[in-house]
Design a protein around this ligand. Structure first.
Ligand code: GLY
Ligand code: MN
Ligand code: MN
Length: 485
């Protein structure tokens, strides 16, 4: 059994904080320092209700506790990452930390401390700024610069967890004994404090567990994924309404328009939006988005709003920029649509995870043979994987807090696994004819089509969380006309 962590209490008398060395502050007179130290109201809240997911995060911690009895488990939120000089990227808390706490604060660390009958969970956080020593206005992390933090007492009310000062955690972890595991990759300081106590193999087991545990979503998560899809649908509508302005500028207009919806209704986009017009649609992850948007070509828009609780949608629609598919565009689109229909139909409890991929690939291979692009029979094409020159990627993936969720799951628990109610996955077949692919007729070259929806496995089949957006070619055209009207 591991010893209890017992961080030393903060020093009674703190040293005055040195001003930022950015030239903004001349010397601080004693009078000013004294003036700034007082005259502030007590804003501590004692009446906060728990966040809606608090019961769910408690259940998840209980399951984690059962899996690793007697071991100290350390799950960091992560640190700010430098963008350039003294500017940072927007912070996004680690998926594992969010899953287990519902909190999104930088520098936070969840510790599950082993006890006689399970674990005691504590979140270590940066407390509110000290007002007496000037930290709150003179330090770069002071609340006057970065905004009011949630106090430790407030965080306890919100998260339903014990809280402590994170500044004592690294030393306490260095001094502690007993088995310990940490989720790596988020907090170098915490990892170095544990460096002679952990092994890569044991830490990986923790990461794998937390990845597999997320495969089946609870009711809160399903609600959030639905919200993400609904916001995403509104973002796609926003884009259709401004296609003329995108034509006058570039794909960036589309990216910016969708981003506005993501920031207003959610936290961010869940991944870099793919705003791929014309031949850019054949580049799977086209995120440069600096190309021309031209009437008569297709726009492949693959984008997802991430909710304020950090669940993301992942939706693709391929739209005729002028509102009408050409005959060839429609033929290719319909093939992908039929493949997606076959894929979605294969999503049900008890089905093999691979079934939806196989079903969609079969339809695409059939069409490619029918069009004379590859020599049949279809069985030969599938056996040799020859359709993949134009289908390129797998037909989907798990979706949740990460766009490619559960990525550390073992093969037997994921791609070789079986679908269960509560799993949520994308079904996203595509056909891509590269601009320089001389094996296809010239008119195919530069056309890329993908259709992607977010599918929840239910007790008796599935539910398409993103079905508020039309998918059939004629429905797409009617929908676009109504929005541009
Ligand atoms: N947006 C990345 C993907 O569809 O997987
Ligand atoms: Mn996807
Ligand atoms: Mn996508």
């Amino acid at each position: 059994m591991a010893e209890e962590l017992n961080p030393s209490t903060p020093e009674e008398e703190e040293q005055p904080v040195k001003p930022r060395k950015n030239g903004l502050y001349p010397d601080v007179s004693e009078e000013l320092a004294a003036n700034m130290a007082s005259g502030w109201a007590d804003t501590e809240r004692h009446d906060l209700a728990p966040i809606p997911q608090a019961t769910h995060t408690a259940d998840r911690r209980a399951a984690l506790s059962q899996r690793f009895p007697g071991e100290r488990l350390v799950v960091p939120s992560g640190k700010l990452k430098t963008r350039s000089n003294d500017t940072e990227y927007p912070f996004r808390a680690s998926t594992e930390y969010v899953y287990l706490t519902g909190d999104q604060t930088e520098d936070g660390v969840l510790v599950l401390e082993p006890t006689a009958d399970g674990h005691e969970a504590t979140v270590y956080l940066l407390p509110r700024s000290n007002r007496e020593n000037g930290e709150f206005w003179l330090s770069g992390q002071g609340e006057l610069w970065v905004g009011r933090r949630t106090s430790l007492g407030e965080a306890e009310q919100l998260l339903g967890l014990n809280t402590k000062d994170v500044r004592e955690l690294a030393d306490a972890l260095s001094a502690a004994t007993g088995p310990v595991r940490v989720v790596r990759g988020h907090d170098a300081g915490i990892e170095s404090a544990l460096t002679d106590k952990v092994t890569a193999e044991r830490d990986e087991e923790l990461r794998v567990y937390l990845s597999e545990a997320r495969a089946v979503k609870d009711a809160f998560e399903i609600g959030e994924l639905q919200k993400a899809c609904d916001s995403t649908a509104r973002g796609f509508e926003d884009v259709v309404k401004v296609l003329d302005r995108a034509e006058a500028t570039s794909e960036r207009y589309i990216e910016g328009t969708f981003f506005l919806r993501a920031r207003v209704e959610g936290n961010d986009v869940g991944y870099g939006s793919i705003c791929a017009a014309g031949p850019h649609a054949t580049t799977l992850h086209w995120v440069r988005n600096d190309g021309q948007v031209r009437s008569g070509e297709l726009l492949l828009l693959d984008a997802g709003v991430e909710t304020t609780t950090l669940y993301t949608a992942d939706v693709t629609r391929t739209l005729p920029i002028n509102g009408r598919f050409t005959e060839l565009q429609r033929k290719i689109y319909d093939a992908v649509y039929d493949a997606q229909e076959a894929g979605i139909a294969a999503v049900k409890p008890g089905a093999k995870y691979r079934d939806f991929h196989d079903a969609a690939q079969r339809v695409l291979a059939e069409r490619l043979v029918e069009w004379g692009l590859v020599e049949g029979p279809v069985e030969r094409v599938l056996e040799l994987g020859l359709q993949r020159r134009w289908t390129l990627h797998g037909t989907g993936h798990m979706l949740g807090l990460d766009v490619h969720d559960c990525a550390a799951a073992r093969t037997e628990a994921y791609v070789d696994g079986t679908l269960e109610p509560g799993m949520c996955l994308t079904v996203e077949p595509g056909l891509y004819f590269q601009a320089d692919d001389v094996t296809v007729p010239e008119e195919y070259r530069g056309i890329g089509v993908r259709i992607e929806d977010d599918i929840l496995v239910t007790e008796d089949g599935n539910r398409n969380l993103s079905d508020s957006l039309p998918r059939r070619a004629d429905e797409i055209e009617t929908w676009m006309a109504s929005l541009k009207g």
